[in-house]
Ligand binder design. Structure first.
Ligand SMILES: [Zn+2]
Length: 142
């Protein structure tokens, strides 16, 4: 028999984490596994679409962490997509790209929601050879 899968998830109707029952997947017409799953709140019986990615990380950080193995290591010459998971080796933190923007001088930037550090802006698509032009040298006091 099919196994019933339960998760703890914040129900939009109950406004608190509730036990939710998996009722199906949303087919997206591609060969990739469905990114959104239908869950039904066992409390109020309302159904909700839950993103698969949201299942691996909860907002309140109750110990569930982004799998570092699923992350792309951040480098400023790379180009990232919204929703992509990245690992910042200097900060030793993992996060998810939540937005992309272009600064006034034409530099591309991404906003990343890090697990430990919170939201941070990082530059992207910067050729490594031009690195020195974007780094601000801080004069050392003698
Ligand atoms: Zn509910």
């Amino acid at each position: 028999m099919a196994k019933t899968k339960y998760i703890m998830y914040e129900c939009a109707y109950c406004h608190k984490p509730t036990k939710m029952e998996l009722v199906g997947e949303m087919q997206n017409g591609t060969e990739e596994p469905a990114q959104k799953l239908w869950y039904r709140c066992t409390r109020c019986k309302h159904s909700a679409l839950v993103e698969r990615q949201a299942l691996s990380k909860t907002k309140n950080g109750d110990g569930t962490r982004i799998d570092r193995g699923a992350c792309t290591v951040y480098a400023k010459d790379q180009v990232f997509k919204v929703g992509q998971l990245i690992y910042h080796s200097e900060w030793d933190d993992v996060g998810k790209v939540v937005a992309k923007q272009k600064t006034s001088d034409g530099t591309q930037a991404i906003t990343v929601s890090f697990e430990k550090l919170g939201e941070r802006k990082l530059i992207e698509n910067v050729p490594l050879a031009e690195e020195h032009e974007t780094v601000q040298e801080v004069p050392t006091q003698v």
